[in-house]
Ligand binder design. Structure first.
Ligand SMILES: *Cc1c(COP(=O)(O)O)cnc(C)c1O
Length: 468
């Protein structure tokens, strides 16, 4: 990638691009030059300098719609992109800007734009890459809402979707690429079955054809996997999940590598001159003129988020930043606990199948050890023998809450068929490999013994009822 990947550079942010917010503070910045900050240090500090905010230790919540501009000249400099500052919170906001810089630093890139939800991040990324219509090549191993948007909404606006029949076979992707294919899109670790995508191979296929690879990395988070290390061009998240970690704010973010060539003929939207991007003396410019190092996220901000209005609330960005501080600590514990819970389920004869890296017949062992820190996942899906038994177990759980969410500090359980993937047609469910008897667990911060005891009593209860 074109960015210097050194952690110090990551920490300080890159050259003064469109995304770099806040003024430099040379005195403080100097102190980090000899430290190569860890992921945990970056999650706590990156993108924020207390000296620029009245020495406030916590990132301040800038709960404002607009900014009192000092004078006409100052406003002109912002409008003509000579100065990076805020005018109106639909376009940018200092609290949201720190979240963007921090997540960019955690990926070693400089382009990031936060959105109001994970689906807004996915939808906006697709609108941005497929301007003028076209096709997105993906598979059915996706979050239910994503499949529903792809099947029911975007095709009405000229963006169609092709699905690789066997996502584990590279040829299945290769043979579906068409002249108007604008992107390959995968979940790095799929919701709910923990299928791991071979990102390196998919990036190779995409780049051979001059096509961008978009990765939804929500389940893995940047702590377990940085898709940019394996050739991803665009990474999207639902920050609602583990990045926030406390189930208290919906949010999303789109990041870019800075390495993809958008000047090829496939993506004319990045080279098109626009009046809204003009210089002070009225010369029209393109996105590639204005932001050559971060064209994807610069266009996403200038045209999609700003003009269609999917920016996050500053308060949600504030909550997301608080949660992000503890991401590595939470995931270290949650992935360890998930492994123990998965092993318990895998060893129980009443459980038909477990979808987790710790299961004895897990199909993605090699890919998980290649791509995932700790071979980790905080999600476990398991099948029982009947749908009735699935409902009985869900109703009998006491500690696990029944929630349509994942990545919370509390452990959660859900019926994917009924709740998270209810939009899928029977054929789509089949293609996704989601069974009618499946239960999805999201492991939180309780102790393994707590969760195993809850599952054991719920299984006993369900099988007791069945024996009557
Ligand atoms: C939850 C989720 C989404 C959607 O995110 P929202 O914040 O709910 O809009 C997208 N992708 C994956 C993998 C998810 O788990």
């Amino acid at each position: 990638m074109s960015n210097d990947n050194h952690p110090i550079k990551r920490f300080h942010g890159q050259e003064n691009t469109e995304q770099t917010r806040g003024r430099e503070n040379p005195e403080r910045s100097h102190g980090w030059e000899n430290i190569a900050p860890s992921f945990s240090a970056l999650a706590l500090h990156a993108g924020y300098d207390p000296a620029e905010h009245h020495h406030s230790s916590g990132v301040p919540l800038y709960q404002t719609a607009a900014y009192a501009l000092p004078n006409e000249e100052y406003a002109s400099r912002i409008v003509f992109s000579e100065l990076d500052d805020d005018i109106y919170s639909r376009i940018s906001n200092p609290t949201t800007g720190i979240l963007e810089k921090r997540l960019a630093a955690l990926h070693g890139v400089s382009g990031a734009v936060a959105t109001s939800s994970g689906l807004a991040a996915l939808g906006d990324a697709i609108l941005n890459i497929a301007a003028g219509g076209g096709r997105i090549l993906t598979s059915y191993r996706l979050y239910g809402g994503t499949v529903a948007a792809f099947s029911n909404v975007l095709p009405d606006y000229g963006i169609s979707f092709d699905f690789a029949h066997n996502p584990d076979d590279p040829r299945s992707w290769e043979e579906r690429i068409r002249p108007d294919t604008k992107a390959l899109l995968v979940e790095s670790v799929s919701n709910p079955l923990n299928a791991v995508a071979d990102l390196g191979t998919l990036a190779g296929i995409a780049h051979t054809h001059g096509i961008a690879l978009i990765v939804d990395n929500t389940l893995a988070t940047p702590y377990l996997l940085n898709p940019f290390d394996f050739g991803a061009d665009i990474v999207v998240y639902s920050t609602t999940k583990s990045i926030n970690g406390h189930g208290n704010a919906i949010g999303g973010i789109v990041l870019e590598s800075g390495a993809f060539d958008y000047a090829s003929g496939r993506y004319p939207q990045f080279s098109r001159k626009a009046w809204t991007l003009r210089t002070r003396d009225g010369r029209e410019r393109s996105i590639l003129d204005v932001a050559p190092n971060t064209p994807f996220t610069a266009r996403l901000r200038s045209f999609i988020v700003t003009l269609l209005g999917s920016s996050p609330s500053p308060f949600n960005s504030y909550l997301t930043l608080l949660g992000l501080e503890t991401l590595s600590a939470r995931l270290d514990k949650e992935t360890r606990t998930a492994r123990k819970v998965a092993e318990f389920l895998d060893g129980d004869p009443r459980v038909a199948k477990v979808f987790h890296p710790a299961a004895h017949d897990y199909a993605y062992r090699d890919l998980a050890s290649k791509y995932l820190k700790h071979d980790g996942s905080t999600l476990i899906t398991f099948d029982l023998d009947t749908e009735e038994r699935k409902r009985d177990v869900l109703d009998a759980l006491r500690l696990f809450q029944l929630q349509a969410n994942i990545g919370d500090s509390k452990s959660l359980a859900v019926d994917p068929l009924l709740v998270t993937h209810s939009e899928l047609t029977p054929d789509e469910l089949d293609a996704a490999g989601i069974h009618h008897e499946a239960i999805r667990l999201s492991i939180g911060l309780e102790e393994p013994d707590d969760l195993i005891a809850d599952l054991a009593q719920a299984l006993d209860h369900a099988y007791g009822i069945a024996n009557n």
